[in-house]
Design a protein around this ligand. Structure first.
Ligand SMILES: N#[N+]C[C@@H]1[C@@H](O)[C@H](O)[C@@H](O)[C@@H]2O[C@H]12
Length: 445
């Protein structure tokens, strides 16, 4: 492939604490809402939990050596809030903080740049019991936690992501109840979202006084396409675009929410004070883009609150998550960000696919569909770069097969298969492919 990727383009892979670390209560760590949620019968497929996951908490240094052998430029991971602050506030747990310091130092020793996500969904239970993200103090709790990490690791971590996918924290967490904390309430999501945005802005403000590197927000984005040219489907597609793609970014970039949200939430949509909207207005240094697929939208007036449903195309290739393989949507998303928000610096902080991989044969795991998915999406990113998008990096989701939230371990996104019997990491064909892509600075895609 003709290579538009600049030499300083960062190739990486991504994980998150609860999905790979295991040992959620080790060394003084406080429980998170995901520890509680996974241990609540019926919440996770097969009642699986992150108690062991990929045992990364005990294997981190070996895993960093594996990342170096793979050839990563950057490694995106998350910090478990409850490891560092077991009560979510107050006393620091040195052993928890030391785990992350060792991880960061090992990455740097292997010339891998750390990209640290402060919050990847695992709120300390102690804070949830104070109302969690519904509590107006939650932005201050988060900013204090962020400051603790900035002071401890800010000299060594060049990239910070405040919150991973605030939309997923808000909607599956508080509207439809699929993810922790499993609430189902129309009135809670708007307040949770507002507090998450205030939390991001407060953490960025603290970082500006302490740090000199890069800080941003990672958002899940998916282009919305009407299932037909009918006015109803066009309107439903526009509503879903506001609900998923513009809710958080318009607030950050413009200091205002999309007007569709007041229609969608109706009486559940509060009047937000202008002052707090101005506080939220905060571009940050980059936008992290988590892209997986597109939405094909049909109007569904009886489906509250959106009045829209996402269709699964009958003639499309699907991942085991039921998502359409749609690489063109990545180019479309990146160009949309360029045009709507004045070409902000972007990192693709997650892109990948779940497929049912075969067991290893002669120590090798063949995953040709994931190789094809990654190649197509890297090429789609290249198309956006060639059109002037300020894209600076790409992280595969994920380094390892891991705990896929409410799906448990049944959905495998990894470049490496993890043997549950002994935690052996086995590279898949996609790991070998991605190593070539990185070594060739994109040309092998
Ligand atoms: N589902 N799925 C895969 C992946 C999930 O494992 C990540 O934790 C999230 O940030 C985002 O949803 C994407």
């Amino acid at each position: 492939m003709a290579v538009p990727f600049p030499d300083d383009f960062l190739w990486g892979a991504a994980t998150s604490a609860y999905q790979i670390e295991g040992a959620p209560l080790a060394d003084g760590a406080g429980p998170s809402i995901w520890h509680r949620f996974a241990h609540t019968p019926g919440r996770v497929a097969g009642n699986e939990t992150g108690d062991l996951a990929c045992d990364h908490y005990h294997r981190a240094l070996d895993d960093v050596a594996l990342m170096a052998e793979l050839g990563l430029d950057v490694y995106r991971f998350s910090l478990a809030w409850g490891r560092v602050l077991p009560e979510g506030r107050g006393a620091v747990n040195r052993r928890g903080l030391d785990f992350y310091a060792r991880l960061v130092d090992a990455l740097l020793e292997h010339d891998i740049q750390p990209m640290a996500t402060l919050y990847h969904w695992d709120l300390p239970v102690a804070l949830h019991e104070r109302g969690g993200w519904l509590n107006p103090d939650s932005p201050h709790w988060f900013a204090d936690y962020a400051e603790t990490l900035f002071r401890a690791l800010g000299d060594r971590v060049p990239f910070w992501i405040t919150i991973n996918e605030p939309w997923v924290v808000t909607v599956p967490g508080y509207l439809d109840g699929q993810l922790a904390p499993g609430h189902r309430d129309l009135f809670e999501p708007p307040r949770v979202a507002h507090h998450l945005l205030l939390a991001h802005a407060e953490a960025v403000a603290v970082y500006r006084t302490l740090g000199r590197q890069q800080i941003g927000l990672a958002v899940n984005l998916e282009p919305q396409h009407p299932a037909s040219p009918s006015p109803a489907d066009l309107e439903a597609s526009r509503r879903r675009d506001a609900f998923i793609n513009r809710w958080f970014l318009d607030a950050l970039m413009f200091g205002r929410y999309p007007e569709e949200l007041a229609d969608i939430f109706g009486p559940a949509w509060p009047e937000f004070p202008a002052k707090s909207l101005e506080q939220i207005r905060c571009r940050g240094d980059f936008v992290g883009v988590n892209y997986y697929s597109r939405g094909l939208v049909r109007a569904a007036p009886d489906v509250a609150p959106l009045g829209a449903v996402r269709l699964t195309p009958s003639d499309a290739e699907l991942t085991t998550m039921g998502w359409e393989v749609y690489p063109k949507g990545l180019t479309e998303t990146l160009l949309w960000l360029r045009d709507r928000y004045a070409n902000p610096p972007l990192y693709i902080t997650e892109n990948g696919a779940a497929f049912d991989d075969p067991p290893p044969r002669n120590g090798r795991v063949e995953d040709p569909r994931r190789v094809a998915y990654l190649r197509a999406h890297i090429r789609a990113a290249a198309k956006a770069l060639e059109q002037g998008v300020d894209l600076r990096g790409y992280c595969v989701w994920s380094l390892f097969d891991n705990f896929e939230w409410a799906e448990g371990y049944s959905k495998c996104f990894g470049l490496y298969q993890v043997d549950p019997s002994d935690q052996t990491r086995r590279p898949k064909a996609s790991a070998r492919f991605y190593r070539e892509v990185m070594a060739s600075r994109g040309a092998a895609a």
